[in-house]
Design a protein around this ligand. Structure first.
Ligand code: ATP
Ligand code: MG
Length: 388
């Protein structure tokens, strides 16, 4: 275990709790990732100290998770999530235990955790405590439920999405009995909140195996949010850079729809960009003028993101076409025109004619960028007016 890099401050924290007569272990993601030689992104500690005792030891700790037995301790500039050993009893809604009871022993706390690789603890001496064979599964690259997979998914349906997400993140396989239980229990995800489902989907989309989102779909885990299946290969998601908006755009292109994003309650900005991406992507002939019109209708930021997504998706040069437009400073929108509404009033245009004339001028400079000049545009409109 010598390679497992744990900041000394964390070891000192475990020892501090021990010096106060409590048990303390690192547990969950940080142990799993550390053993895989990945860099842990947060530090979870479990202990037999109850939240009140933790609060007494660390008066400026954060207690928003206290109801679930978690106290966030600020320790030498690190935020450490400290959770009291607990057993979770009856679940009636497939997502939250009805109540939490604090217990005294580590093994029972590990038993309530979702997967064997997440149920490994490590103490201040770096001794591993692994009653459910997590190390074996870690070495074999397997996601396996702790105990009866079906029972665990009955308790909390989110675990099924987490299984797929972890297997994509870690490039692990899902152990066959656990996988079979996912297919059996899939309908239970209907009880989950859309936000939590979206979060697991997004984490999966952001991995190096974003195509594994199709495992969620084929198992039936997403039926309440996504009814139809894709036309096209999910492998194409890998063409996109690991940016959340890009990956959601890719999924939307595959599904030919963005209705599911509303059902998932995804944020407005992402939903809007995905909708724009589907609309813009429908157009086959995306030339210079097309992208100027797109900037006009959707705005620069959206056009930029969509051009990057479509380029990566279709291996086209949409992004370069748009970039050279933006670099050239070519006029794309009314506000960039060399004329204003007032100029047109002087020419004798009135009411709705003004807006129409400005749009007319805009269309003209999309094709002739060098004509974005006050005199040239006014004479152009004067002539158009006579002929129209
Ligand atoms: P990461 O933070 O990298 O996504 P993690 O393993 O730390 O992975 P968290 O969601 O932070 O995952 O949870 C911390 C630990 O709490 C997990 O490793 C697992 O032991 C336990 N856990 C979290 N959610 C559940 C759940 N729904 N059911 C059972 N145990 C869970
Ligand atoms: Mg974590």
């Amino acid at each position: 275990m010598s390679e497992f890099m744990i900041p000394n401050r964390i070891i000192l924290f475990l020892r501090y709790l021990e010096s106060k007569g409590f048990q303390a272990y690192l547990v969950g993601g940080c142990v799993r990732d550390g053993l895989l030689k990945l860099t842990p992104h947060d530090w979870d500690v479990c202990t037999d100290a109850v939240p009140q005792e933790l609060q007494a030891l660390f008066p400026d700790s954060l207690t928003y998770g206290m109801r679930h037995g978690t106290v966030t301790v600020k320790w030498q500039e690190l935020m450490i999530e400290v959770t009291t050993f607990r057993a979770e009893s009856t679940y009636t809604d497939h997502r939250r235990p009805d109540h939490v009871s604090y217990i005294q022993d580590l093994k029972s706390d590990l038993a309530r955790r979702d997967f064997t690789v997440n149920a490994i603890a490590m103490d201040a001496d770096r001794t591993i405590h692994d009653p459910f064979g997590g190390m074996l599964d870690l070495n074999a690259g397997v996601i396996r439920a702790v105990g009866s997979a079906e029972e665990r998914f009955q308790e909390d349906a989110l675990r099924m999405l987490r299984a797929v997400r972890f297997s994509a993140q870690l490039q692990f396989s899902i152990e066959p009995i656990t996988k079979a239980a996912i297919w059996t229990c899939a309908p239970l995800t209907a009880a989950l909140s859309s936000e939590r489902v979206a979060q697991e989907m997004e984490k999966t989309l952001m991995t190096s195996q974003p195509e594994r989102i199709s495992d969620m779909l084929s198992a039936g885990l997403l039926i309440p949010w996504i009814a139809k299946s894709a036309n096209g290969s999910y492998d194409k998601l890998k063409n996109l850079k690991p940016n959340r908006i890009h990956r959601w755009c890719g999924l939307s292109l595959l599904l030919h729809s963005t209705e599911y994003l509303k059902r998932l309650r995804l944020d407005r900005k992402t939903t809007d960009i995905c909708t724009a991406c589907c609309e813009i992507g429908q157009n086959q002939n995306r030339d210079d003028i097309f992208w100027k019109r797109t900037v006009y209708h959707y705005g620069k930021e959206t056009a930029k993101t969509v051009s990057e997504v479509l380029s990566a998706w279709n291996r086209t040069d949409d992004d370069q076409i748009l970039q050279s437009i933006l670099d050239s400073g070519a006029c794309c929108t009314v506000s960039e025109l060399a004329i204003r509404g007032n100029d047109l009033i002087t020419l004798g245009f009135q009411g709705k004619e003004i807006g129409a004339a400005l749009e007319n001028a805009l269309r003209h400079v999309w094709s002739y960028p060098e004509h974005n000049d006050r005199e040239l545009l006014l004479s152009y409109l004067r002539e158009e007016d006579q002929h129209g």
